[in-house]
Design a protein around this ligand. Structure first.
Ligand code: XIL
Length: 336
């Protein structure tokens, strides 16, 4: 008896195996399983490299393709981070997701300094999209073209440099330019807090419907899914939202799933977290429109959560030492 307990505990502490990772299990279900990655550990850290290689079938640069990283000065484009991730993906048979072309955040100072008129804004944004999406033409399966444009209340578009200079049509223009730059990529609208049925998801539904009615090239909606272990999720409402989006003729991508836990971190909370991961996965598996299931990272060591939400952490499926957590096994079971 006692010996059995010890060997079980040892088994649980084994690092991730290189064979039959989540990416392989997912592909047997026709599901793209991916994760967001940071450039530095992907270049430098063997444990991170092997976890990403074995578990993730698609990579989203967490920050490397944001405006300030890729276009830090008006006449400078820096593709070094994105290209490193693309090379890693090629070497490991992984797909690449572009994230993100148009966002109210991560704008370098030169943009607000030099963009004063509508014409200037149109010129800068068009140049940016043509160059960045053009650089990765044919290499990405999808772009998060416009990120987080709808306000939290769902009453309209949030105030942003692009909205305030160009007007609401900056969204349609961005999708048209992205399509011009890379006609093979699926073009997505991506947002948070709009997973189930609420005012914000209603506004996003209306936005996507309007774009489709106008024949603007939009092919997918990204549901970020930054969830917390404590909030009660309305799973039927998420299914309903996925279905109404599918009825518009767009795919649904889970783009940034993580499930944060509040301190003190306990095994009980980790098990509740695992249940949320597996229920969201099974929702996606049940919806034909849900083709892509991406986590916002792979290990708690490099998660944005503890840096962003005080008192919260441990949101991902491998712990800081790359040891699989209950959430890892719940996804593994869900994919078998
Ligand atoms: C986050 C990154 O993970 C952080 O490293 C960065 O400091 C801020 O942005 N929604 C998004 C992502 O679309 O781009 C954000 O990523 C997380 C929320």
């Amino acid at each position: 008896m006692f010996g059995g307990v010890i060997s079980l505990a040892m088994f649980a502490a084994l690092p991730v195996q290189a064979s039959a990772g989540l990416r392989d299990l997912a592909s047997t279900k026709n599901l793209r399983f991916g994760c967001a990655v940071e450039v530095r550990p992907l270049m430098l850290e063997a444990e991170y490299q092997s976890a990403v290689a074995s578990e993730c079938g698609a990579l989203t640069p967490a920050n490397a393709l944001k405006f300030d990283a890729v276009h830090p000065e008006s006449n400078i484009y820096d593709f070094s981070g994105g290209d490193s991730i693309l090379n890693f993906a090629r070497q490991h048979g992984q797909e690449l997701r572009g994230h993100t072309l148009v966002w109210h955040q991560a704008l370098p100072r030169w943009v607000s300094r030099s963009v004063k008129t509508r014409d200037q804004a149109v010129a800068v944004l068009r140049d940016h999209i043509m160059n960045v999406a053009g650089h990765y033409r044919g290499e990405v399966y999808a772009w998060d073209v416009v990120n987080e444009a709808v306000n939290d209340e769902g009453t309209g578009l949030r105030s942003s440099l692009w909205r305030n200079t160009i007007g609401p049509e900056y969204i349609a223009l961005a999708f048209q330019w992205a399509h011009e730059a890379d006609s093979n990529a699926k073009l997505c609208y991506n947002d948070y807090g709009a997973e189930g049925m609420n005012q914000k998801s209603d506004a996003i539904y209306a936005l996507v419907k309007d774009l489709k009615d106008k024949n603007i090239p939009i092919h997918c909606v990204g549901l970020q899914m930054h969830l917390s272990q404590e909030e009660a999720l309305d799973y039927p409402a998420i299914a309903q939202n996925m279905q109404r989006l599918a009825a518009l003729g767009v795919e649904v991508h889970v783009t940034e799933l993580d499930v944060r836990i509040q301190k003190p971190f306990t095994d009980q909370k980790r098990h509740l977290q695992a249940e949320i991961y597996s229920r969201v996965l099974s929702l996606c598996l049940q919806q034909p429109s849900c083709t892509t299931f991406n986590l916002w990272g792979i290990t708690d060591k490099y998660s944005w959560v503890s840096r962003t939400f005080k008192k919260w952490g441990e949101a991902l499926i491998l712990d800081r030492n790359f040891v699989p957590k209950p959430a890892y096994y719940s996804l593994q079971t869900g994919l078998q």
